[in-house]
Design a protein around this ligand. Sequence first.
Ligand code: THU
Length: 132
Amino acid sequence: MKNNELLTQAIRAKKQAYAPYSKFPVGAALLTTSGKIYTGCNIENASYSLTCCAERIAIFKAIAAGERNFTEMAVVANSKRPVPPCGACRQVMSEFFEPTMVIYLANAQHQLITMTMEDLLPFSFDASDVTK
Ligand code: THU
């Protein structure tokens, strides 16, 4: 898939953000190996720590729909630089994404950085570390 389509969907998802506190809307779009796209936006809460990021919403929607295999993700925000996913999202991403999976990070000025999962979270804590 062209990253354009994924970025377009992420920009569209950003419009659905519920971000009355930070006023920092974020959109994400996740492509499955079967070609389906799942989108997410950040959803904030008056109890701030209950906020969930756009990336995790997209991943959780896909997982809850039975998806397990992903090829690309795009994340967009109105940030000065292409938006860096937070640490919590990187850990959730690493649970489901291969180290080689490509993630597009962008901002509203169409600046784009392409990274792999391994770039975003090297030496990650994973299932093999939990095994006794
Ligand atoms: N946020 C995301 O949704 N994704 C990111 O990659 C960075 C941060 C959200 C969480 C919160 O609603 C707002 O941006 C400000 O931190």
